[in-house]
Design a protein around this ligand. Structure first.
Ligand code: INI
Length: 156
């Protein structure tokens, strides 16, 4: 069998400029995601000076803020972090749908990797599990996916 030409991203963040956008809503969860993303990027060679942290109200605001950051052309990638936790009304569904659609739109419109680190959970327990306990840390995963995608796109 012949080996296909393979393009894969090196997980080296040196020289990049990264924006992290994080919601204040559910900050006790989101702060854990921010910590995970910052730690991951630092351990992959990105100095804190090359990271900008933007605090925003809630997940519904993520697309607009990501769009402005992308349009500024100052960043090689964005990590979008937040946590939406289901309540008694359909509000959850509207916030999740608009945030995920909007972020997908930004990444395609600007050809800019955006790590999707928005937890969409049925309970606080599910969110805690995904913010640095038995479900891992979705902030780390979002930062890792963004970094790998940046390095893949450089080769395409
Ligand atoms: N925003 C969140 O980030 N998480 C939530 O769980 C949440 N809930 O459940 O309401 C939430 N709502 C606020 C929303 O994102 C906007 O900030 C608000 O509607 C103002 O535009």
């Amino acid at each position: 069998m012949t080996t296909p030409t393979t393009i894969a991203g090196q997980l080296n963040a040196q020289g990049l400029r990264i924006a992290i956008v994080a919601t204040r809503f559910n900050d006790f969860i989101v702060d854990r995601l921010v910590g995970g993303a910052v730690d991951y990027l630092e351990r992959h060679g990105l100095p804190a000076d090359n990271m900008t942290l933007v605090r925003i109200p809630g997940a519904f605001e993520l697309p607009l803020v990501c769009k402005k950051l992308a349009a500024s052309k100052k960043y090689d990638g964005i990590v979008a972090l937040g946590a939406v936790i289901r309540g008694a009304t359909p509000h959850f569904d509207y916030v999740c749908a608009e945030a995920s659609k909007g972020i997908a739109h930004v990444t395609l419109e600007y050809d800019l990797p955006v790590g999707f680190g928005l937890l969409t959970c049925d309970s606080i327990e599910q969110a805690i599990e995904r913010a640095g306990s038995k479900g891992g840390n979705k902030g780390v995963e979002a930062a890792a996916a963004m970094l790998e995608t940046i390095r893949v796109l450089e080769q395409l």
